[in-house]
Each structure stands twice: as C-alpha cells, then as structure tokens.
Ligand binder design. Sequence first.
Ligand code: ASP
Length: 441
Amino acid sequence: MKKLALHWKILIGMVLGILFGLAMTSVDGGASFVGSWIKPFGTIFVKLLKLIAVPLIIASLIKGISDLKDISKFKNIGLRTIAIYVGTTVIAITIGLLLVNVVQPGKGISEDTITRLTETYANSGSVQAKIAEASKQKSSGPLQFLVDMVPDNAMKAMSNNKAMLQVIFFTIFFGIAMLLIGEKKSEPLKNFFDSLNEVVLKMVDLIMLFAPYAVFALLANVVVSSNDPDLLLALLKYAGTVVFGLLIMVAFYMVLISVFTKKNPMWFLQKISPAQLLAFSTSSSAATLPVTMERVEEHVGVDKEVSSFVLPVGATINMDGTSLYQAVAAVFIAQALSFDLTFADQLTIILTALLASIGSAAVPGAGMVMLVIVLEAVGFPSDKLAIGLALIFAVDRPLDMCRTVINVTGDATVSTLVAKSVGKLGTPNPKNWDDNYDEVK
Ligand code: ASP
C-alpha cells in the first residue's frame, strides 16, 4: 500500500486533536486532563524542534557560504532577499489597510460587547504583560536593532534561541573568513560542517515522525484553552477581515511562484504544506524553521547557498502575516473606540507595522506586543491601550496560528524566488529518515 503523505498524516492528527479537544471541553475535568496528560507531548515536540534550530542554522549557513566560492554572490543574495522581504511586507500591510477600511469591522461592534471584552481582559495578566513588554522594547534607540544583532559572546548567543540574528551574524562572519583562508586550509572545517548539516537534517526527519501525534496534542490543548465562544463570535467580522487578507497573501505568493519560477503553485504549496501545518499548530515560525528549511531544500529544490541564509533571516525579520494583522488590528481598535485616523496616520501604520514585524519575535503572541508600538505611533492614548488590546485578545490565538502560516509561506516563497533569480533552483531530492537504515540495522 502506498504510504500516506506526511501532510495528510499531520492533517488527520490536527482534525482528531480538534475533535478530541471539543469532546474534552464538554467533560468535567476534561481541560485539566488535556493540560496534564496531552499537552506535554506537544511541548516536547516544540522543544525538540527548537533544540536543533541553532545547530541547523550554523551548519547549513556555513555549508551554504563555503559552497559559494565567490563572496560577491553572497552580497547579491543578501540584497535581493532584504529588498523582496521589505516589498512583500509593505504589500501585506497595504492589503490589510485597504481591507479594514473597506469592511470597517470595528464600526459594527456594540458598546455592550466592548464593555464585556474590556471587563474580561483589560486587567488580565496577559494583556498587561504585553503592554509592559512593548514599553521595554520601545525605550531603546533607533539603531538598537543593529547593536543587538552583534553578539559579544558567540557561545552565549548560541545558547539563546531568542538571539537567532546574533547567531546568523556570527556564522556569516565565520563563513566569510573561511572563504578567505582558501579552499585547502578550510577543507577540514567544511567537511565537519557538511557532515553536521546532514546529521541535523536527519534529526529533522526523525522528529517529524512524531509530528502527527504532536499536532494532535497541540490542537487539543488550543481547543480546551480557548475563550468563550460568544466572544469569539462577536469578533467574527474582525477575524474574518484578517483571515481574508491572509488568504489574499497566499494568492499573491502563488502568482509570484507561477510568474517568476514557472512552477505550478499548487505543487509548491503541497511541498511546503508540512511546514505550514506545523506553523499553524505551533504558532511559532522559529519552531517551524527546521522543517521549513528541510522542505524548501529537499522537496522544492532550493540550493542551500540560498535557503541557509534566506530562511533563518526570514523567520526573524520577514513576517507578512503579522504585519497584515497589525494593520487590521490597529485600525479595528481605532474604529471600535472611535479614535479617528487620518491618512497620514495610515501611512504611519505602514511604516511602523513594517518595523514592528521585523522586530517581532518568531514566537506565539509576539505580534500583539508590537501592535502596542504601532498604536502608540499613531497617537493612541496610552491609558486606553489595555482596552484596545482587550478587544482583540479573545481571538488572538487562532489569528496567531493563521498569521504564522503566512509568515512561513512568505519565507518559503521568497527563498524560492531568490534561488530562481540567481540560478539556484534545482531538482528536489527528498531524503527519508531510513535511507541508510539497512547499513546500521
Ligand atoms: N507567532 C508569529 C510567528 O511566530 C508571530 C506573531 O505574529 O505573533 O511568526
């Protein structure tokens, strides 16, 4: 019998997880059962993915750079990547702004719902924590992000999953120095990192065997910890606007793939679908990164010279889904609380949402922290921030899941475009966890 494709197995796990979660919400003590006995398996899975992220970035980036043979190519890839990332993000924000101004989801929301949402969430620990986190980020100077990118201790950077850009900085620096000492002298290091890279990719294959069960656990937990369905319903128009915008982004990526790479966009989506499903289940582009890299390299055929740089950088700075959401959410809050936004304010939203999405961490809920900064940039009164966030808090998790899918799809699309533009889009060569199993059985 033909083996079921991975994305089907993951999808089945997700559907069963949702059904199980729904069943558990109607059972006494069901939610705490899921929390104690099911959720840990999802947590372990996410930890395993994060565990290999740093070694994978280092090994594959060094392999990518040392295969280059010519540093000027790297500059070429780097500049193209940043330019396309900024371009797609601005398009995403513009789509969000257009939609929210046309649909006006905030206008229809009743006083009663606003009061109920405010009472439920405005003073909750989670909303207050997001505001506090945002004010920490805001107090830094304009060039702070450059300062933060440079580590003062390589080992410390490597031991911190949040310091991904520092690790990338160190590794690129290291890789370029490796190129400069010449092929002969760098050969032992190159062999070492080539082999390390193979090992870590095999670890991804092994971890993915566990994915269908893990998504079951992750989604069952999301369902049992979700909010009052009445509140979710009241925010349907807002959530629908965000989701519709995200769908337009998918269509946009598909057009880009078809026009610039001449590949069938459905084929592309199918190849990266396991990464998208994991992005949805984990709400974290950082946790999904190892799988995105594996899919894009082995299943789409993007050369490591491109993907090893474009994807890790993208996971941290390119968040099209998050920026679209920030634009819609900021205007929605302004509409609901009758705070007038001028045309200039909307332009400010484009700029700040672009910077905010670059600054958002690739972890669950980070987009909402940076939303505070977008709101403050348009002069939203700070004493009303908690009320503003309270309005959208109930649907934040499901929207986070959706926007993370777009963040990951955007990274995969851009890496494929950049690869095509520099002649580095080859034939896919998928590997399985047991390719060499017979030798060691
Ligand atoms: N969860 C998103 C990500 O990891 C970031 C966000 O929008 O909150 O890509």
